[in-house]
Design a protein around this ligand. Structure first.
Ligand code: ASP
Length: 404
């Protein structure tokens, strides 16, 4: 079994690498045909893969959380996990954000770049949701709506309510629990089937990005891309050290969760990587089921180190680009708004860029900055999504370790 699973990681990695190579070749040698190939082959295959993997996100989260809750000694444990996870999330996100801002401050990716270099004028800017609206929106009004709209926090709250009530009604909940367990087994099986085509999916996604964007765009905002990836990598190292400190076997951690991290990179969607992360937690890393079934969906809904870094780094880039003086109050405004925004960024491709309006507005920075970086967003999205998943899973691993 282990052999098959290792082969899966290798196959996903091969899909990623071959996709990048194929994309680069298409971009270089068939520039005239790229649009059609992408439109009729690469994009449809890639999008179909993201869609089919999302097919199981809601059933996996809903059923595994109910199974986890009903197997706990008392549901009080969910409260205690939440109380440990939230401060950990805030502290690690603040560290990530600080790393992003310091990197931008030191590397100065925005100085010396002009609109003509970047080749993009001010474009249309999409507005993000306000924080208060977001807070209200996590409370479900209808369990079926929560499930059908795949609103993760609403699904979690619904599952907790149902799980708590199931524990209270005891015997009468048994048939429903049997149903939930049966659904969970079926969904797990569907995941195994979907994973067989994962290498093709990530191949198409990577080839699509590189073929249509090419590496030319990298030159224009070279320091922006490099600085952002550097900050994300530093935070990855910080997580390695945290796991080492708490004795959570960091090497084993990165190896066990590699399939979910590489899928996050390939799909640029934390949501799409969630079912695989849950599978890796139980079958490869050996995380306690009740922790994995709650902490991983909870973190997928909330925890975004990559988004925190993006917002902090990007805001300073925009300030440098437009020659805005960086004052202490600007730094505080960016820090506070980026931290909050990181918790409400959705786990889908390109979510981070939509949330930039909130941070730039809070700091009084020009929203035109968003149009300038929009062209390279997809190139960095894979890196930040990989860190989003690493951070989420690492925080769960810390709690898992503390409970052992
Ligand atoms: N794509 C990221 C994710 O799914 C969110 C972002 O755009 O930063 O986690």
């Amino acid at each position: 079994m282990e052999g098959i699973k290792l082969k899966l990681s290798t196959r996903i990695l091969a899909g990623l690498v071959l996709g990048i190579i194929a994309g680069a070749l298409l971009n270089a040698f068939l520039p005239g045909q790229v649009k059609a190939i992408d439109h009729y082959v690469l994009s449809p295959v890639g999008q179909a893969f993201i869609r089919i993997i999302q097919f199981i996100v809601v059933p996996v989260v809903f059923t595994s959380l109910i199974i986890g809750l009903t197997s706990l000694q008392g549901t009080g444990k969910i409260g205690s996990y939440t109380l440990k996870l939230l401060p950990l999330y805030i502290i690690t996100s603040a560290v990530a954000l600080a790393i992003g801002m310091v990197t931008a401050y030191l590397l100065k990716p925005g100085t010396g770049v002009s609109i003509t270099d970047v080749g993009q004028g001010p474009g249309k800017v999409q507005k993000g949701q306000s924080l208060v609206d977001w807070l209200i929106s996590i409370v479900p009004t209808n369990p079926f709506e929560a499930l059908s709209t795949a609103n993760l926090l609403q699904v979690i709250i619904s599952a907790i309510l149902i799980g708590v009530a199931m524990n209270l009604v005891k015997e009468k909940a048994k048939p429903f629990l049997a149903l939930v367990e049966s659904v969970y087994s079926i969904v797990e099986r569907i995941l195994q089937i979907i994973l067989k085509v994962a290498p093709i999916g990530v191949f198409a996604l990577m080839a699509s990005v590189i073929a249509t964007q090419g590496f030319g765009v990298v030159n224009k905002l070279f320091m922006y891309i490099l600085g952002l990836i550097l900050a994300l990598a530093i935070m990855g190292v910080v997580y390695y050290l945290i796991l080492l400190m708490v004795g959570a076997r960091p090497n084993n951690f990165f190896k066990s969760f590699f399939p979910s991290f590489s899928l996050a990179f390939g799909t640029a969607s934390s949501n799409a990587a969630l079912p695989v992360a849950m599978d890796n937690a139980g079958n490869r890393y050996g995380m306690k089921r009740e922790i994995a079934s709650f902490a991983l969906p909870f973190g997928t809904a909330l925890k975004r180190d990559g988004a925190a870094i993006l917002q902090g780094f990007n805001a300073l880039f925009v300030a440098q680009f437009f020659d805005v003086h960086i004052t202490a109050s600007l730094i505080i405004a960016v820090f506070v708004s980026a931290l909050l925004v990181s918790f409400s960024t959705a786990g889908v491709p390109g979510a981070g860029i939509i949330m930039m309006t909130t941070v730039l507005s809070a700091a009084g920075l020009p929203l035109e900055g968003i149009a300038i970086v929009a062209g390279v967003d997809r190139l960095t999205d894979g890196f930040r999504t990989a860190l989003n998943v690493i951070g989420n899973v690492a925080n769960a691993a810390v709690i898992d370790r503390w409970n052992k």
